[in-house]
Design a protein around this ligand. Sequence first.
Ligand code: PMT
Length: 403
Amino acid sequence: MSMLKGKEIVLGVAGGIAAYKAAEFVRLLAKQEARVHVVMTRNGQEFITPLTLQTLSGNPVVTDPFALLEETQIGHIALADLAELIVILPATANIIGKIANGIADDFLSTLVMASKAPVLFIPSMNVNMWENKALQKNIRILAERGYYFVEPGEGELACHWYGKGRLAELSEVLEKMEDILSPKDLKGKRILVTAGPTQESIDPVRFITNHSSGKMGYALAKMARRRGAEVLLVSGPTSLPIPRSDIRLVSVKTAEEMRKAVVTHLKDCSVMIKAAAVSDYRPREISRTKLKKTDPSVSLELERTRDILGEIGKKKGKRILVGFAAETEDLVSNARKKLKEKNLDLIVVNDVTKPGAGFASETNQVKLLYSSGEVKDIPLMSKEEVSRVILDAVVSLLKQKSR
Ligand code: PMT
């Protein structure tokens, strides 16, 4: 479930060419079941019609500076009180300048002044306007006062100039909104997450690996950062982009490299979550040249890799240690054994034979097994939602330990 579900969002649309993107933005918000109330400046209405935004949002669009929403209700105050988040997209140099300098001469600027809700600006304009010192000063003033921004991207602009000024990607805006609305209950905590598979070389062209895509670990890293934690993501080779630019990524290849990274950073963190699918075996020797296919069959001699979780379990001290178990049978008893042997606080078990669960899927279905013996069954949900449930459990474990 998105953080935006059921949230009262006021969307201010000012007069810039990117106003046309407000239509797609409203559609995306409606898809996430947010309640969207659009307010347009007079200039905004020159670029896109209120009818479009009214149809997409399912709510009346405010265009009149002196609008009364329902008979005697004073429009800007009612919406200012109702708003849980105000987003201004596109934010022009004009609206930014007005709000930074306390001017309230139309519905949108008056609403912002009257509201205690967080305000997020999504600027878009010509590159020279963006670089103008007056605008940059206004942005600094607003940022210092706790207003939020998603900065424009670089590229070819509608005015045919090239540079910074393009409206940020809408997915980035949604991410920022989730960020602002999320509780910051992991603030001050440092969390290490491992993700992805490992690769153990056989020869210069072949390796042993597994089906892990990294999605589960990357979702955990993203959600932990969203909740205010400082996150270090130790990742095996995946094709995923870093989930957020404010997450520290350490890329590794082999189980031994992952072990070294985890052991090195153990002292810096209070929580460790090991979602990586680490190879249990590696070839005893790596051939320096490509193995020839002359024999009808070959055998590889494998040796055990070191158990990272087991090692950390012995040295964890007061840290919270969360492991995963990828199981195909006797889920609970196998996972309980791992929980005990590795001295974990919590183990997340997934049945990797189930459709929609485990490796590479967008979703997962897990059970949480606590060291106290408690078992929680979690239904099939997206890996981000599973991460939210796991992090809720981590927050309660942290509270219990600090008592
Ligand atoms: O990456 P995705 O495609 O999203 O898939 C997610 C996932 C299925 C990989 C993930 O949900 C998961 O189950 N990860 C753990 C997979 C695994 O290696 O399970 P295991 O039961 O073999 O290992 C148990 C625990 O020991 C794991 O936390 C593992 O990180 C750890 N381990 C294993 C071997 C080793 N040498 N050192 C370890 O620390």
